[in-house]
Each structure stands twice: as C-alpha cells, then as structure tokens.
Design a protein around this ligand. Sequence first.
Ligand SMILES: Cc1cc2nc3c(=O)[nH]c(=O)nc-3n(C[C@H](O)[C@H](O)[C@H](O)COP(=O)(O)OP(=O)(O)OC[C@H]3O[C@@H](n4cnc5c(N)ncnc54)[C@H](O)[C@@H]3O)c2cc1C
Length: 574
Amino acid sequence: MAEVGLTDAMSQFSQPQFSQSRFSRREVLAGFLGASAGLLAGCEGGEKKLPPKGEILAPNYSIGHRIRDGFRPRPASDRWQETDVVVIGGGVSGLAAAWRLLRGGLSRFLVLELETVPGGTSRSGQSSLTAYPWGAHYVPVPMPENRSLIAILREMGVVERIEADGAPVVGEQYLCRDPGERVFIDGAWQEGLYPSAGATKRDLDELASFRAEIARWAAWRDHKGRRAFAIPVSAGSDEPEITILDSLSMADWLRRQGYDSARLRWLVDYSCRDDYGATSAQTSAWAGLFYFASRVRTADGESQPLITWPEGNGRIVQHLASRAREQLRAGMAVVGVAATNTRDTQAVEVTALDVARGEAVGFRARRVVFAAPQFLAPYLIRDLPEPRKLNAREFQYSPWLVANLHLRDRPRDQGFPLAWDNVLYESRSLGYVTATHQTGRDYGPTVLTWYSALCDEGSGDPPRQASIARQRLLDMTWAEAAEIVLNDLESAHPDIRTLVERLDVMKWGHAMVRPRTGFVWSQARRSAAEPFGPIHFAGTDLSGVALCEEAVYHGVRAAEEALRGLGRPADSLL
Ligand SMILES: Cc1cc2nc3c(=O)[nH]c(=O)nc-3n(C[C@H](O)[C@H](O)[C@H](O)COP(=O)(O)OP(=O)(O)OC[C@H]3O[C@@H](n4cnc5c(N)ncnc54)[C@H](O)[C@@H]3O)c2cc1C
C-alpha cells in the first residue's frame, strides 16, 4: 500500500456520517476503540506519517454474508463424495477433532475450512524475520486433568515428561521468557502487569486481599472433589455456590466485596477485556473469577507459567494441521448441512463452495463435527429445531482489531525494558506482544502484535452494541486502523511512526464468545453441545469462554462422540 497521509486516510471513511463534519477526527478515532479523546491528542492537527506498507486481512466475510442471505448452491450430481466424517471448520477445535479421529484409527474423513489457511482465530503469519500471531498467542501449562492438550503438547515435544502426580513438565524454551510483562503508567514502563509504583497502601492491601480470595477459590473443592473453576470448564463444579456467580457481573462482584481500588479494578477489567473481549461490567463474575482461579494449581496462589512461541498458538495449529494434511481441504465454505435420518441409518449431506473455483461440491458422511462458531448453526444446519436456533442466538461475540507492526528497530523506552506482553494502563487497547521475545534477541528488528477488543460501545442493548462495533470495524479503512494503532502506541513510544516498515491489520468480526452475565451457566449454552442426530458440536464457544484448552476439549469430545456413532468406541482422552 502506498504511503497515505492522515488527510488521505480520513477522506477514505466509508460511513457517510463520518465524512460529514458532525464528528471531529478525534471523536471518530476515539469512537472506534473507546479510547479517551485525550489519548488521541494530536490527531486534529497536521499530517501524521503512516507506514509505507500494509494491508487489511479479514476472514472471508463476503461468503459468510452470502450464506446468511440464503446462498445455497447445489452441487452437480458428479460432484459428490462419500466419506465417514466431515469436520466443518479448521480452527483449533476442528483440528483437535481431526487429531482425535486419527488417533481413533479413522482416516476416511475430511476437514472443510472456509479460509485458505487453517487455524481460525489461532492462525499466524510469517515474515523473513519471524513468525507472529494473528490471534491466540499463549496457553498456560495445562493442569494434570487436561489429558488431551497434554497429549498434543507431548507429541509436539513441548511436554518433556509427566510427573508422578500427572503434572506435565514443559521444556524451558517453551515457557515465556523473562521479562513476561510490563505496564506503561505515568510516562514510564514498570515491571509486571499490576502498576505497583505509585500505589497507595490501600491499593496494595486490596490487591493482597484479592489474591487471597483467588487462592481460596483455587483451593475450593465441592463434595465430588471438583475445583470451583477448572479447565476444561466441564471438569469444574456445577454446584449452586459456584454457578450463582454467573448471575452478577464481575464489576458488581468487586463492588460487593468492597474492592474499590482503581488499580485493582483496572487489573480485573483489563483481564476480562484481554481474555474475553468484554469489560468487567459485561463479564459474569463466574468468568471473571474463572480467569484468575482456574490457572492456579499451587497453594502459593501463583498462576501456571505460560507456554508461547513467536507465532503464538499458530504453532499448535501447524502441528495439528500437519497431522491431518491428507484430510484438510482449505478454501471450502460449507453452505449447508442436512441430516437424512431414516429408521436404520443416519447420514448427513454437507454442501460447500470451493471458493477458488466458484464451484459447489457435496459430501455424504455418516457423521459431522460442526466446529464452526455456534452462531452459524441456524444458517447452515437444515431443520435445526426452533429451541436450538434460539439457543444459538444467545451466543454473542466481541469484535477485535489486531495489527502486526514490522519494525526496523526497537522503539525508544522509558523505564522497564521491552517484555513479551506490554500493556498500556491508560489505553483501551490491550497493548502488544513481541514476536521475537522467545528468541532472546533484545535488539534490532521485530514484529509487535497489537490487540484491541471493541467492547466499549456505550449503553443499550448488548447484542446491538456489539453489532454496531462490528460494523464500524468492518467499515474501517487500513489508514484509519493504522492511525488508531500508531496513535495508541505513540503515548509510550514517541518514535514508533519512524520505525514501522509495514503494518497489517486483521478484523475479527466474531472473535470471542462473550461470557456475559447469565450466559455461562445458561441452559442455552449447556445444551448447545448436545448432538443433533448425527451432527456433533465442537468449538470453544460451547464453553462460554474462548480458550485453546476449551477448543481442544470440545474437538476431542465431539470426535469421540462421532467415533462411538460409527461403532468405534475408544478409551476417552478427556
Ligand atoms: C485476537 C484473539 C486473541 C486470542 N488469544 C488467545 C490466547 O492467547 N490463548 C487462547 O487460548 N485463546 C485465545 N483466543 C481464543 C481462540 O479463539 C481459541 O483459542 C481457539 O483458537 C478457538 O478455536 P475454535 O476452533 O473454537 O474457533 P475458531 O478459531 O473460530 O475456528 C472456527 C473455524 O471455522 C471456520 N469456518 C467458519 N465458517 C465456516 C464455513 N461455513 N465453512 C467452513 N469453515 C468455516 C473458520 O474459518 C475458522 O477457521 C484468542 C482469540 C482472538 C480472536
């Protein structure tokens, strides 16, 4: 893309209300990310330099929107193929299902993925310098009970051995190297995520009390010996003392507990936005506490260390995709799924569009694993009963904007040095991760992956707010997105514009399911994972939280259901 000045950038706004002067430039930019207008100071006057190169990447929305509008091409009679199982979606859950089918001895199946590359929200990119993530970028060291993820990480060589108590031992080189985190506040970087410099005694007391509360929840067991908050979610307690936490927001829970330290509230809000794409007021208290307590294994209350790679969870995708390379068909948009039940047999017809050829193709399978997001089920699955359609509508997703900045050198810094995760206290963005961090090279060119969840849509009906934010995201031009990213980073790195050689942008319209108040323990969420005839459901959203572990769990579970349906029962890996 040619160099574009801010004036050109602003003239490309595609929404008419923005090209009229009802909003100032600053308000327009602030509106996209909920950033405070103060942070965008400087946007009003003069031209700001945008990077010389960059492009927008986005999932194939045009096909998605055509499917929504009823596009159902019928394959010619000679374009049908028989197979045992069709897996719909090649994200982590679909690839985990494929992995489990292969381990179950089944190779006659296909994975149909709409995009040209697998991975979904865990996909990654590659430059001549380094690989980098486009979405998911870490997974905590799994707890002993997370058998399928441990098995995958073992195959990858990441888990070196298993201790007597079942705990996996992860190779040092895969654990996030120090320094893991830093936060920018009051004009300088500090070590860690909690901004302790400048904190009052009251702030620190509240932090200690919150940590003690999390340690208490981490140690809590129900009468069946289950943790209050476990990963996968299905292994945790469903007793009322726990599920009741889903009926209030995390912000309300903090208030009720008497926590009013601005720094603690920020930490919790940041964590909800980072893991769920939702503010603490939008997140259920169950999910807020799950975020902190599910990752704590030891009595000291410390979270499990993080496993990461330059490309983030793209490394897991590559491993799983390489296992299923014979079954994986990328560029295949599924447009219809129809179960054809008779008294004795169950079969499913899956129709898809071969995107490159523009041709309809069909698959007759005995089982389907639906590993696409749940909100698509009513559009794709014929005769889905009305209650299931209503349930699917309860799944709401937050949009995310992600950018990869290719830098020719490290940006200038004040305070604590560059870490893997770099967070800006005064920003509504989530900051950035450094792709080269694990290489141990702390100088020279790098790639920064900047994240922001669009969760500040103001008051009103939440699905409508999310849909307005999604539309804003989809309408955003590259120059607008680049300006938002650079403006945000400029507060901490004044020289950032001079260092960026390329800035690419990803627009995730339905990035993460939102564990909003009342959703995680709703009947709608829990029953969505039940099979519909020969169709089995996978996808992290079935857990109400978007995590690699949950995607793996549901993929493996759905594949095991399918194997049983095919008369191939095997010992469960769950
Ligand atoms: C910005 C971002 C950061 C994240 N960071 C982390 C992280 O650090 N750690 C973590 O654990 N999790 C993270 N996540 C959560 C991540 O979503 C999950 O870890 C996991 O990748 C979800 O996998 P999935 O298969 O359930 O869903 P998806 O990734 O949504 O995969 C679904 C797949 O189905 C395909 N599909 C959709 N429609 C069709 C169709 N009609 N035909 C064929 N294919 C179709 C899609 O193209 C996609 O590939 C992040 C998510 C985002 C968006």
